[in-house]
Ligand binder design. Structure first.
Ligand code: GRF
Length: 218
């Protein structure tokens, strides 16, 4: 009898976190539940106290710490350490996807270029409105009627990469940064896993700064 060995080259996913890790958790749970064709290879934190590390371990995913506190080298030196860990887990520029999930560090252009079109981020606003820090607070202060969240590819600008998915949240008259953040976060937990699924199924086509969602995969 000839036993044919079928080699399925699953994509390897690396998730970068700094703290709570609720987006990471929603992605990891969705991978299992929805059978997303991607291997959750590693969760990396720049902060050894990140609560998300424990959550990942509980979900059976390998974790690594690349401590940034007290790191005296350059930004690129630090990023090289992260790239090394990612590579060790097979999260490469050929067969990997990197998800930034509350990773509170600026990333070097070299790191971004290495994972061009293979690095995603979630931002708590409808881009291009309110890029950068404190997006929810700024939305409340500005008096905007709607805000939400955006999953996008990472490019060298601040939250400027091609947009994949967005979800809208209505801002209430009595909203505070906290109440709005909470409702936006609930939507983040829906669209980030959806974007990972679309990527894993090869359904995202990028043309310039625009993406299109294909109905069929690769
Ligand atoms: C989220 O609000 C996300 O939009 C922003 O950072 C926060 C991370 O939260 N990029 P968590 O660590 O995923 O819970």
């Amino acid at each position: 009898m000839i036993v044919e060995k079928i080699q399925i080259n699953l994509l390897n996913l690396g998730i970068l976190i700094s703290g709570r890790g609720s987006n990471m958790e929603s992605i990891l749970r969705a991978i299992k539940k929805q059978k997303i064709p991607i291997n959750p290879a590693v969760v990396i934190s720049n902060n050894s106290d990140a609560i998300g590390l424990k959550i990942a371990q509980r979900l059976g995913v390998k974790t690594e710490i690349v401590e940034s506190r007290g790191f005296t080298g350059s930004r690129l030196d630090y990023d090289k350490k992260i790239i090394q860990v990612l590579s060790r887990y097979g999260v490469t520029e050929k067969n990997g996807l990197v998800c930034l999930a509350g990773f509170m560090r600026i990333i070097s252009p070299e790191f971004i270029r290495k994972y061009k079109n293979r690095m995603l981020n979630i931002h708590p606003a409808i881009l291009p409105s309110f890029p950068g820090l404190h997006a929810q607070r700024r939305a409340v202060e500005y008096g905007t009627r709607y805000s939400g969240c955006t999953v996008h590819f990472v490019d060298e600008g601040v939250d400027t990469g091609p947009i994949i998915l967005q979800a809208i949240v209505k801002v209430k008259d009595n909203d505070t940064e906290g109440t709005l953040s909470k409702r936006i976060l609930a939507k983040e937990h829906v669209i980030y896993p959806q974007a990972v699924k679309l990527f894993a199924e090869g359904k995202i086509k990028i043309t310039g700064r625009k993406t299109a969602i294909k109905s069929r995969g690769r």
